[in-house]
Design a protein around this ligand. Sequence first.
Ligand code: LMR
Length: 332
Amino acid sequence: MFKLTAKALLCAAFLTAGASLYAAEGQPIVIKFAHVVAEHTPKGQGALIFKKLAEERLPGKVKVEVYPNSSLFGDGKEMEALLLGDVHMLAPSLAKFEHYAKPIQIFDLPFLFDNMEAVDRFQASAEGKALLASMEGKGITGLAYWHNGLKQLSSNKPMHEPKDARGMKFRVQASAVLDEQFKALRAAPRKMSFAEVYQGLQTGVVNGTENTWSNYYSQKVHEVQPYFTASDHGLIDYMVITNTKFWKGLPDDVRAELESIMVEVTAEVNRQADDLNKEARAAIVKAGTSEIIELTPEQREQWREAMRPVWKKFEKDIGAELIQAAEAANRG
Ligand code: LMR
């Protein structure tokens, strides 16, 4: 569906976004910010802090409506809605941009970043910043990166080594890289929207998945997954995006204030994200429903080796130099 609509939407975005998105004279500009996760998560909090600061500092000029939990648009629909001007801000996970900018797939490469400090360094680098601007020709402006954190595996059976994943069905985000990551384990990936994850696991359509602790706990995944493997094997972060035409058409003073608020919100989201994930992990332990499996360094190395062939497959689309820049961020 993405392939079919991306070009048509691009034209539609340029034709419609300018005129129809602004309120009548004297009325506040309404900014609809939609996302797919719960409020008590890094992104959920970020959207609320953005609303609070925007309405405090631009009183009467701006009204921000936040729609969490796929309540306005979910995966698969939200990007089209942004291009059509039906929503003005989104923060999709970085796994969800492959139809708009292939190099952004870099963030899905398994075991690319050693820790969140390396992610910070890469996102702040010239290469990282260039990715924010890489979809402008398609009508999408990247405003900021927001952290969630590192991914963990979940399953209906204990997984210590890559061979334990063989033959299992894993829910993945709509990402070719993540699809290949599970194929490399000889498992069966299945693309599914975030809103469908709980039910998919509950009914056995899939047996496992990957996500952060805060997404697991807020979606009650621990109720339907008896095992988690603390693998830290990949990243879930976000790009806060807006419709380029909408953003450029805002009054200069409003846009400048919103951009400075975004810098502040980003710092706060990135400061809180790790705590929210730690808190969620502790809550899963407390719930007593699931075992959390820790990996030995040797086991972790086995997972890395098993998933590593994925890098070569996407090197051309992503760009070898960009991958080198990300690797350099691990060295400080
Ligand atoms: C997912 O679809 O698994 C997540 O990336 C959702 C999100 O936005 O954190």
